[in-house]
Design a protein around this ligand. Structure first.
Ligand SMILES: Cc1cc2nc3c(=O)[nH]c(=O)nc-3n(C[C@H](O)[C@H](O)[C@H](O)COP(=O)(O)OP(=O)(O)OC[C@H]3O[C@@H](n4cnc5c(N)ncnc54)[C@H](O)[C@@H]3O)c2cc1C
Length: 310
């Protein structure tokens, strides 16, 4: 079904980048539509945020709710949730989002702010045990493992954060690290103060169990010796991949699948801009996504004025 209204700007994504963009387009009196799969983005999967200017501490969930509340203050911003944008079409002066749910939305300009999703490990039985003791969101599922043994895969900031959170909940925490631990120094210091079994230079080989996870076979990369760890849950925290799959036909992406943008958030298609974790901007943080969203919105305003459409 085709939506008849043509908005000044359509934004894909209701995370920090899309929300910040919408606040800026709203304040420039641009009719704005946000089309998003869900609200809040990765913030809703983050335990604590302690590095956002002016907010020394917030849970990810609380911060996400505050951001959305702010966006909803503007009457010229409409939000369509539970819509997954699977394609974008360029019709010159208009751009169209097509969703998996069969809807179409049109704008004189577009901002892609679809963020990122967890990467998979590629370990044997990964698909079989997904949701059956294997999870990609420690924040969401961690509380289900009270007094159980858990294993976290990932030695970067996300993996260490997950380990620090799970020592408060689980009876035992095991951390599988492909090479060496490489989290932020402040997290490394905290890790030294808690009891976590760390396996460095180790890869997961096979997830074990009948219906639910009961163990994980791991291999030491130096000696090739394998061993089986008993575990009730496996949490994968090895980084994110950009949500740009459906847009690759139109938009230029790099080897990581991230949308390539200019300093001012332009993509290779005039009138289509991108911001946040879905782009090739190197650092992925809330404050950066919010700033990039603001930049994209300001560039949209400039673009529409130049086009004589505002
Ligand atoms: C575990 C974890 C901890 C983190 N901790 C911190 C921290 O402490 N401090 C910090 O600054 N940053 C942290 N980050 C990073 C931060 O969360 C991200 O950089 C930030 O959320 C990126 O914002 P975004 O708007 O670009 O994307 P996202 O937050 O990923 O939002 C993307 C939005 O797009 C929607 N979407 C996705 N695909 C589609 C589609 N096809 N169609 C429609 N909508 C779609 C999603 O539903 C969502 O609404 C953490 C991330 C993780 C995963």
């Amino acid at each position: 079904m085709s939506g008849e209204k043509v908005y000044d700007v359509i934004i894909a994504g209701l995370g920090p980048a899309g929300e910040s963009a919408a606040i800026y387009t709203a304040r420039k009196n641009l009719s704005t539509l946000i089309v998003a799969y869900d609200s809040g983005g990765q913030l809703t999967k983050t335990f604590d945020v302690e590095n956002y200017l002016g907010i020394p501490y917030s849970t990810g969930w609380e911060m996400a709710m505050k951001f959305e509340e702010h966006v909803r203050k503007y009457s010229n911003v409409e939000i369509e949730l539970m819509q997954e944008v699977v394609a974008i079409e360029d019709h010159g002066t208009t751009k169209k989002f097509i969703t998996a749910e069969g809807r179409e939305f049109q704008g004189r300009s577009a901002i892609i702010a679809t963020g990122a999703k967890p990467k998979t490990v590629g370990v044997k039985n990964e698909e079989k045990f997904n949701g059956k003791g294997l999870t990609y969101c420690t924040t969401c599922d961690g509380p289900l493992y009270r007094n159980k043994i858990v294993t976290i895969i990932g030695g970067g900031t996300s993996g260490v954060e997950a380990a620090l959170e799970m020592v408060k909940i689980a009876s035992k925490v095991q951390l599988i690290v492909r090479s060496q631990l490489r989290a932020e120094p402040i997290l490394m210091d905290r890790l030294k103060e808690v009891s976590v079994d760390i396996y460095e230079n180790t890869i997961p080989v096979e997830i074990l169990g009948d219906e639910y996870v009961t163990g994980l076979r791991i291999r030491d990369r130096n000696s090739s010796v394998e061993q089986e760890l008993t575990t009730d849950g496996i949490f994968v925290e090895i980084g994110r991949a950009p949500n740009a799959d459906g847009l690759k036909n139109l938009l230029q992406t790099n080897d990581n699948g991230e949308i390539v943008i200019s300093t001012y958030n332009e993509t290779n298609i005039p009138g289509v801009f991108a911001a946040g974790d879905v782009t090739d901007v190197k650092f992925k943080q809330v404050i950066i996504a919010a700033g990039e969203g603001a930049k994209a919105a300001m560039k949209v305003s400039e673009y529409l004025i130049k086009q004589g459409q505002k």
